[in-house]
Ligand binder design. Structure first.
Ligand code: SF4
Length: 324
């Protein structure tokens, strides 16, 4: 690790200004991903701006929805009574992520900002367009078992690693951020990016912008489930995951939200599949049709074709578990 300057931000505005003045600076809170990136030489910020003292640790709930501060630890958000009661999907997704120790350290803002776990991104001896733009993508011709099925480009086929973000995508959350000019709202669907020709950019946050909180609007879903399929039961990133939220009244699906993790550079919302559910009774045949539709258009690479079959099975299982 190379030397860096360490400062503590006293206010949100000061943090934002300090970051905007110094393009190599990084905000640090829990540090559960950032410190690894620094230790492995993937990033080398000249300055760390510690934001742990900022007033971004509140969870506020009212009839319109819930606001979760960027510095709320993942474990606290997962066990919050209002989150568990009103947004059980989010609580399940949070508890599916990482280990208990990591959930205690990692913050909600950091979870949103975490970087891909593509193994080539973490190996500084190999080409990676995300780490070093223009150097190539070692995963495309390499071992790509964990990589994307949707929305990838010829420059990057990495996937977003978060579980929490898959639930936030399904729940139509909004990111509230601050920059030097004031506050800004970003719909969750517009926050993370597809790789395109700029795989080095994970999201649309501008330099100097700091996430303040995430807002999740109140909803009428009465059934939900988060299913994560991984190589081992604890502390592993998703091969595929599925977030399901449904409103079922008198045996019919009135409203549906479906999103997948582990299949794209951002949480992948399944809008066509959602539409297919509306107005119908929840049956195995319907879930099968929904799963088939959801996986249409998947592009596979040498080692990840298994994810298409796995994705279909995961959607079927998540819908079945949500509705039983
Ligand atoms: Fe880098 Fe993306 Fe290729 Fe992985 S998939 S090596 S992160 S460019």
């Amino acid at each position: 690790m190379i030397n860096f300057e360490y400062t503590r931000a006293g206010t949100i505005k000061a943090a934002s200004e300090a970051r905007q003045k110094d393009s190599s600076a990084q905000f640090i809170a829990g540090g559960t991903n950032l410190v690894d990136l620094m230790k492995k030489g993937i990033i080398a910020p000249e300055r760390l701006i510690d934001i742990n003292g900022l007033p971004l640790k509140e969870i506020k709930s009212d009839p319109k929805g819930i606001s979760i501060g960027a510095l709320v630890p993942n474990s606290v958000a997962a066990e919050n009574e209002a989150v568990k009661k009103q947004f059980p999907l989010l609580s399940m997704a949070l508890n599916a992520g990482a280990s208990a120790q990591l959930r205690n350290m990692a913050t909600v803002g950091g979870n949103i900002m975490q970087r891909t776990r593509c193994s080539y991104f973490y190996d500084i001896n190999l080409p990676c367009n995300k780490r070093k733009p223009g150097s190539g993508c070692a995963a495309i011709g390499g071992y790509n078992r964990m990589h994307a099925l949707f929305g990838a480009s010829d420059q990057c086929i990495a996937v977003h690693p978060s579980d929490m973000c898959v639930a936030l995508a399904a729940l139509d959350a909004t990111i509230h951020s601050t920059n030097t000019k004031g506050e800004k709202k970003i719909p969750f669907a517009d926050f993370h990016r597809l790789p395109g020709n700029t795989p080095e950019l994970d999201n649309n946050l501008q330099p100097g912008e700091l996430i303040n909180h995430v807002f999740i609007p109140a909803n009428s879903y009465n059934k939900s489930y988060y299913l994560k399929i991984r190589d081992r039961l604890s502390y592993a990133f998703a091969l595929v995951s599925v977030a399901v939220a449904l409103e079922i009244r008198e045996g019919k699906i009135i409203k549906a939200a479906l999103a997948m993790g582990g299949v794209a550079h951002k949480p992948w919302r399944l809008t066509a599949a959602e539409q297919l559910l509306i107005g119908k009774s929840p049956t195995t045949d319907l879930f099968d049709s929904v799963a088939q539709l959801a996986m249409q258009g998947a592009t596979t690479y040498e080692h990840n074709a298994y994810k298409v079959k796995l994705g279909k099975a995961a959607i079927m299982e998540a819908l079945t578990k949500a509705t039983r």
